[in-house]
Design a protein around this ligand. Structure first.
Ligand code: XMP
Length: 542
């Protein structure tokens, strides 16, 4: 994956936070817990915008955002460890309700004079919770329930002024509250599904403690973003590189909704797409949504650049470089149409489908100096002086899909599996991506996609695709010896592509796929299945 610094002169930390003031927000401060992201996500699922920030985010930044509530996440440290992340006591003086989860609770208890100690045994996994005093968070719930724990330090006594609400098998104090100061703590993890009443507890905090109205929804995201894009862009022209993937599609549609024909999309068809995907993109955007679209058929140019290139990184580079060339040419033509060269138009904008996960990966949500390039745009060079419009910067992938559906994007586009920018070229492995090999691969891939969809498995799989190694094997068909290509089937399940497992596709489905490929594709006489997880393998072969 390429990472590039794109100059974004007008973006500062304030702008990077996508929509503010107009909507209610609860901040999650990250103390390094494995579920921190999940907390933010669950709060959003409760209809309240939530963002994860580093635990040491400056207090002024927290205050500036006027959150309705603050959640302190879990984390691996012990409050007694040297260098353990601390709590800024000023945070409690902001007059904003605070809830600590796991380490977050221990931190509150420790700072405010309660007793936290390392217990003899840790408490990991499912645990029984006994509610002694429901308080605000645990009201109207069974007094005996299960919950998910993951801690070694344990709270033995709440701080002065706090009430203990519950205990568990190994935690004498598993939940606390001080309603007067608006401070709450729970030792277990309400954000994981193994805590059956977890979502209810989070909802209680949001509604009864923070007074949130739960209005965050795909429709409200669309409205907010439209307002914001208009304010950012004004009368200027905007361009967007459309790849056919869900991120750039949704970003483009949102921007079009906001500023209409000030937006022009550029779709570079490098000839390395899946079967019919180029046409689907053009037809959806140009015909259905009436978005001004320049579609460039650049297949021959790309094939020319791929001649003789076999090494994976060289292939990626050749494709990336050519992509930029074509994109720049088109961008310049667009500027020329207005009679002005692009370099003299500082108010020109470029839409990027950057997601929240990209922001986090590239070092957090508050700074915007280095922005991970949208892979599918191919990685634009940093001397392209565009200002960025990033309407998906606050969203998780599933929220992007929900927004896409809200905007009327066809289901096929909304649910499209990830597809690498360099396309099929990096799936013709160990050899040159020639037109002939790409065609064989494209047809095989088409059969796989059709059968996976027919079996109703498309959405369950993170990715499903074929790989065409530069290998031929001997076969026998109709009494004749054949010497044909081997097609590799690769299907994986994953949450984020960081790790992946090979998908256990049903045998009957595999048989149908293999026999269709061998019968329908003259060049193919063998089909094999990749059963490697990631790690140790990667998802792609190159
Ligand atoms: P790997 O193969 O590293 O892939 O396990 C992780 C995810 O990234 C995608 N991928 C790419 N996407 N350009 C892209 O736009 C690339 O060069 C590239 N290489 C891998 C891959 O499909 C998977 O979703």
């Amino acid at each position: 994956m390429t990472e590039l610094a794109v100059t974004a002169p007008e973006l500062d930390a304030g702008d990077a936070a996508p929509i503010e003031a107009a909507r209610e927000e609860v901040l999650v401060l990250d103390y390094g817990g494995q579920y921190s992201q999940l907390i933010a996500r669950r709060l959003r699922e409760c209809g309240v915008f939530s963002e994860l920030l580093p635990h040491d985010v400056p207090l002024e930044e927290v205050a500036r955002r006027k959150p309705r509530g603050i959640v302190l996440s879990g984390g691996p440290a012990s409050v007694y460890a040297e260098g353990a992340p601390r709590l800024d006591r000023e945070l409690l003086a902001l007059g904003v309700p605070v809830m600590g989860i796991c380490y977050g609770m221990q931190l509150l208890v420790h700072e405010l004079g309660g007793r936290v100690e390392q217990a003899e045994v840790g408490e990991f996994g499912r645990s029984d919770l006994h509610i002694s005093e429901p308080g605000v968070l645990l009201r109207d719930m069974p007094t005996e329930q299960t919950c998910w724990m993951s801690h070694r330090d344990t709270v033995f006594e709440p701080p002065p002024g706090f009430t203990a609400l519950a205990s568990s098998s190994s935690s004498p104090v598993a939940a606390v509250q001080d309603t007067a100061r608006g401070i709450y703590g729970i030792q277990f993890h309400p954000e994981v599904v193994h805590t059956p009443y977890g979502q209810e507890i989070l909802t209680r905090f949001l509604t009864e403690v923070c007074g949130c109205e739960q209005t965050w929804s795909p429709a409200s995201i669309v409205e907010d973003q439209i307002r914001r894009i208009r304010a950012q862009v004004g009368e200027a022209n905007v361009i967007c590189g459309l790849s056919g993937g869900v991120d750039s599609s949704v970003a483009a549609l949102l921007v079009h909704r906001a500023i209409g024909d000030q937006l022009t999309c550029v779709f570079v068809d490098h000839g390395l797409m899946r079967k019919d995907e180029g046409e689907q993109v053009v037809s959806a955007f140009r015909d259905t949504f009436k978005v001004p679209l320049v579609a460039v058929d650049a297949e021959e140019r790309f094939l020319e650049k791929l001649k003789g290139v076999t090494e994976p990184e060289a292939k990626r580079k050749a494709i990336g470089a050519e992509f930029i060339r074509v994109f720049e040419e088109e961008a310049e033509k667009l500027a020329d149409a207005d009679g002005e060269p692009i370099g003299d138009r500082p108010a020109r904008f470029l839409v990027q489908g950057t997601l929240y996960s990209d922001v986090i990966e590239s070092g957090g949500g508050t700074g915007a100096a280095t922005i991970k390039s949208h892979h599918n745009v191919g990685g634009l060079p940093d001397d392209l002086q565009f200002e960025l419009v990033e309407p998906l910067r606050a969203l998780f992938k599933d929220e992007v899909r929900a927004v896409g559906a809200e905007l009327g994007l066809p289901e096929r586009l909304v649910w499209r599996q990830p597809f690498p920018g360099p396309g099929l070229a990096i799936r013709v492995v160990g050899g040159e991506a020639t037109k002939e090999r790409l065609n064989v691969l494209r047809e095989a891939d088409h059969i796989l996609q059709e059968e996976i969809r027919k079996a109703g498995l498309y959405r369950e799989l993170w990715q499903s695709f074929c790989v065409l190694p530069d290998v031929r094997t001997v076969g026998v068909q109709g009494d004749e010896r054949t010497y044909g290509y081997v097609v590799v089937l690769r299907a994986v399940t994953s949450d984020d592509a960081m790790t992946a497992d090979w998908a256990r596709l049903p045998y009957d489905l595999l048989e149908t796929i293999a026999s269709r490929m061998i019968n329908e594709l003259r060049e193919v006489n063998r089909v094999v299945l990749d059963i490697t997880s990631k790690p140790p393998g990667t998802i792609e072969w190159e």
